[in-house]
Ligand binder design. Structure first.
Ligand code: ACO
Length: 375
């Protein structure tokens, strides 16, 4: 069976995430994502995705203190992050930092507990790593705001150097919940493919970050932010879109392999969140551009099964939260790492080496001509 892009190929059976395209619903472990976004926290969702059930009070506290304990990566990783040139892309620094977290650790134990412990260490350290690099390139010392009450608050605080408002911290929390998991996307598949060789969690997450970087996947949230900045005014949306399409270019933040009959179910939550942040700041410019884009580009592209995806509004939300544009992408990783870990653990329960095949369409039996006779 040949399926370009592995479209429609089932890689594993799962209990992690169900996407009900018909009814425009996403479920994490059976729970409606909209409800999780409205009522739960990123830490609760991490526990849910990893363990398959919601945590009790003391279990949640335990997870939160484990995350707190793991905020600072090993010293050599801190040095590595600080040694990165300011011109480095934050996603590349994060990828290298996660890879280096493996240095010096005994990786022989591949039990689910050991791999989850590694996953937790990675997830805990990611906010500090991203923020430390962003601050270092601005000539600032890293911050480790120990009083932060949540992963989301810690991350924003460490990045911006001041405590975010409760509203801002909650907006980041919702973003981390929304981005945490989305079935067998390219980066989750990459993590699983690497883990299927019995390489360790650091290797699997490093590879997943590499996958996320691409503009057809997570990189679109940076491109979408640049697009919105370039457009600059909702009145310019139509001419900008027309121009891009006339040049045969794709519009970032639009299109999805799964959502071909309607928009991404997560859009509703993100659109509302973007509007709330705009109202709080009294600055509607960016959300207006996104809404106009959604309307106009959808009218142009829906016939091809192309609708807005999460990255369109994620770009707006991150802008209102004061993130530098290129930090959008590692922020996606700060959240999605939770899903990658869940998939690695699930796949390993019935591990089978991933090794697809290909159909050879080239020639055979060619006669070797010695170099001196080839001219
Ligand atoms: N803008 C304009 N046209 C588009 C777009 C877009 N964003 N996306 C798809 N199309 C067009 C294609 O050009 C193609 O047109 P054609 O039939 O005339 O050649 C048609 O729609 C079908 O596109 P495919 O490439 O077959 O769709 P596929 O399922 O492979 O692609 C993808 C999905 C890669 C996400 C694509 O829509 C895209 O490149 N989008 C822009 C980048 C983006 O936003 N990525 C984020 C995805 S979500 C995530 O990872 C968080």
């Amino acid at each position: 069976m040949y399926s370009p892009g592995l479209e429609g190929v089932v890689v594993k059976e799962t209990r992690i995430c169900h996407i009900d395209v018909e009814n425009s619903k996403i479920y994490y472990r059976g729970y409606d994502l909209e409800e999780l976004a409205a009522r739960s926290t990123f830490e609760e969702v991490a526990f849910l995705l990893w363990r398959g059930r919601l945590p009790g009070r003391s279990e949640l506290e335990e997870l939160k203190s484990e995350l707190r304990r793991g905020r600072r990566p090993p010293k050599h990783v801190e040095y590595l992050v600080r040694a990165a040139p300011p011109s480095a892309e934050p996603i590349d620094v994060l990828r290298t930092a996660v890879s280096a977290m493996a240095w010096g650790e005994d990786l022989s134990d591949k039990s689910p507990e050991a791999e989850l412990r590694r996953g937790l260490k990675i997830a805990a350290a990611m906010p500090y790593v991203v923020a430390a690099f962003d601050r270092a390139r601005r000539g600032l010392e890293p911050l480790d705001p120990a009083e932060a009450e949540s992963h989301a608050e810690y991350y924003l605080w460490a990045l911006r150097g001041e405590r975010p408002s409760g509203r801002e911290a909650r907006a980041m929390d919702v973003m981390l919940i929304i981005y945490a998991e989305h079935s067998m996307n390219n980066s989750a598949f990459t993590a699983v493919a690497v883990a299927s060789t019995l390489a360790d969690m650091y290797a699997a997450v490093t590879a997943a970050i590499a996958s996320l970087k691409g503009p057809l996947h997570g990189g679109a949230n940076v491109d979408a932010a640049r697009m919105i900045e370039e457009i600059g005014d909702a009145r310019r949306v139509e001419s900008w879109v027309d121009e891009q399409l006339a040049k045969g270019r794709r519009i970032p933040g639009f299109g999805h392999r799964i959502y071909k009959k309607g928009p991404d179910p997560r859009l509703k939550v993100l659109r509302e969140l973007a509007k709330e942040l705009a109202a709080e700041r009294g600055d509607f410019r960016w959300v207006e551009i996104a809404e106009r884009l959604e309307e106009y580009a959808t009218a142009k592209l829906a016939a091809k099964g192309v609708y807005a995806n999460t990255d369109l509004y994620a770009a707006v939300i991150f802008r209102y939260l004061g993130l530098p544009v290129d930090v959008n992408l590692p922020t996606f990783a700060v959240s999605r790492v939770v899903g990658w870990i869940a998939h690695v653990l699930e796949y390993r329960q019935a591990n089978r080496l991933i090794r697809p095949t290909e159909r050879y369409v080239g020639p055979v039996g060619l006669k070797y001509i010695p170099l001196e006779e080839r001219g």
